[in-house]
Ligand binder design. Structure first.
Ligand SMILES: CC(=O)SCCNC(=O)CCNC(=O)[C@H](O)C(C)(C)COP(=O)(O)OP(=O)(O)OC[C@H]1O[C@@H](n2cnc3c(N)ncnc32)[C@H](O)[C@@H]1OP(=O)(O)O
Ligand SMILES: O=C([O-])CC(=O)C(=O)O
Ligand SMILES: [Mg+2]
Length: 289
């Protein structure tokens, strides 16, 4: 489950130390934009030591490396892949970068005796070209398990304003959600940058969920509860899903493929939606069995 993915600056030891107990599903230790140029080497060292020594309490451990073109990316991959993070987040991802990084990681996995393919990739889609090419980017490596939308860089690349309402990213969100559903990987929404506006955060997360995104990045621990709540099935959802499944079983015995529940039609796609809710609730531990 990747409902919430918390960014943590890779040069901040106290934030890193507390991170496993904040309730995020994934922790993204950042070596890219949250770290200034003169701290790139020390942050890499700190993140490496943290991954070696801290118990991450079951959180997914993701490291955002610097891009290959920045000159820091090769050192990031070499230092971090050898201690087996769960995944790398690849900024301003292109097909060429992903193919090259996939091959570099394969070499390290062989050298270190790791299972081939154990280190996953999450491309950060944050250029107009990346949005248009997202299908091919995901197809370029079997390691890809999710895609993250980076709206700050995307809107900068497009030369447009970033707003709280987010109309300017509706297309990018929708395209990423649709392609990710087609290729069966998670679609993770961009962070909401006003860390004191929880109503705004909730609305923004709900917008992303409505069009099919499965989780959202956070930049502050106080954002995690809201994000987890929005991307978990509610108790009403779960009760509805149970009733649909029960009613469907009964209807099937009576030889019916379609019937009405509370005045609304239920047929195969509605059953599928109900089953998806139950699966998600089980994965999160909201229901057992
Ligand atoms: C566009 C992009 O690239 S996004 C990705 C890169 N950006 C980042 O990683 C930013 C990460 N977030 C932060 O640095 C900070 O949360 C800021 C700058 C946004 C806000 O800072 P503040 O207003 O000082 O945060 P706040 O007052 O809520 O901090 C409360 C506590 O949470 C901690 N905290 C804040 N952010 C984080 C975080 N991302 N991870 C872990 N702990 C954090 C603080 O250290 C503080 O701890 P303390 O009480 O022990 O001192
Ligand atoms: O990774 C993210 O979600 C944030 C980011 O880099 C961006 O918006 O440019
Ligand atoms: Mg960015």
């Amino acid at each position: 489950m990747r409902r919430s993915m918390l960014f943590i600056p890779g040069n901040n030891p106290s934030m890193i130390q507390n991170s496993p107990f904040l309730g995020a599903d994934s922790i993204i230790l950042d070596l890219e934009d949250a770290v200034s140029l003169d701290e790139k080497d020390s942050a890499r060292c700190l993140v490496r030591n943290a991954l070696l020594s801290l118990d991450f309490n079951g959180c997914e451990k993701v490291v955002r490396i610097n891009s290959i073109s920045s000159g820091f990316g090769y050192d990031d991959i070499d230092a971090i892949a050898r201690i087996k993070p769960d995944a790398f987040l690849i900024p301003k991802a292109t097909e060429d970068d992903i193919e090259e990084i996939d091959s570099l990681i394969s070499t390290i996995e062989r050298e270190e005796g790791f299972k081939l393919g154990c280190i996953k990739l999450i491309p950060l889609i944050e250029t107009a070209f990346g949005v248009e090419d997202v299908f091919n980017i995901i197809k370029s490596s079997k390691r890809i398990v999710a895609v993250l939308l980076g709206a700050e860089d995307l809107t900068a690349d497009m030369g447009i304003k970033r707003t709280k309402e987010g109309e300017e990213i509706f297309y990018a969100r929708s395209r990423i959600a649709s392609v990710c559903a087609a290729l069966k990987v998670d679609a993770i929404d961009t962070p909401f940058t006003d860390v004191n506006d929880f109503e705004g955060l909730r609305k923004d997360a709900e917008k992303a969920k409505l069009i099919g995104m499965s989780g959202k990045a956070a930049i502050n621990p106080r954002q995690i509860d809201v994000i987890n709540e929005v991307f978990s099935p509610s108790f009403d959802d779960i009760n509805w899903a149970k009733r649909v499944i029960e009613a469907y079983e009964k209807a099937k015995m009576e030889g019916k493929g379609v019937f009405a529940l509370d005045g609304k039609m239920v047929d195969a796609p509605i059953l599928l939606r109900a089953k998806n809710i139950i699966e998600k609730a089980k994965a999160i531990g909201l229901i057992k069995g």
